[in-house]
Design a protein around this ligand. Sequence first.
Ligand code: SAH
Length: 251
Amino acid sequence: MNAKVWLVGAGPGDPELLTLKAVRALGEADVVLIDDLVNDAVLEHCPGARIIAVGKRGGCRSTPQAFIHRLMLRYARQGKCVVRLKGGDPCIFGRGGEEAQWLREHGVEVELVNGITAGLAGATQCDIPLTLRGIARGVTLVTAHTQDGSSLNWQALAQTGTTLVVYMGVAKLSEIREQLLAGGLAANTPVAMIENASLPHQRDCRSDLASMEADASAFQLKSPAILVIGAVAGAAELAASPPTFAQACAL
Ligand code: SAH
């Protein structure tokens, strides 16, 4: 039997946001390796499978990546149907690409299954249309946390005119604020900070670029959270005074 691993996105948390393909893969799974941002409720779709938790949150209890690779390989070579279940989409800040490459190099067939990534889900759950016509002509997904500790070019990002969706940003609010202001983004640019998107305990804190750090602190914003930075995060106000026809045509 050909060794095969499914790299599956479990979506942002709400089990109803799982894809039908993810449900099918889970239904066929003998072994499921699950990250800790995945809602356990999705495991109702794989009642017979062996569940192995391999989560690793920054700084906490962690499973080395090499160990996860070897576990997947071992079960796949035993002919087991292996599902590697990740939060959101497997390829958006999820190491799906690395894992797929490593497995293929070791002769394992890989099938990737999309999930709804937290940044897109969080915005939509909060009624924020990320590419509202006439207001934002694009959206940029970035992580504030890098493996080598290097910083993004926030000042360049401030110039893109796109909505910024920031993952892993809770501990970096000060830097993000300062750099985006230095890059020319207006101090009153709306910001939404969305914690536990799509889950029953979802919370969102509305602020602006100048105040986001202080507001997040008063709100006790915690990870996992995403930041949406841009005019669309004030969409409720936009709805009250929509862009003029000429503004909309200009975009
Ligand atoms: N592959 C995942 C992202 C993993 S990186 C995806 O596509 O969504 C982990 C980061 O994702 C967290 O630090 C947080 O910024 C974000 N995140 C994941 N789940 C979230 C949720 N339910 N609500 C808000 N942010 C979330």
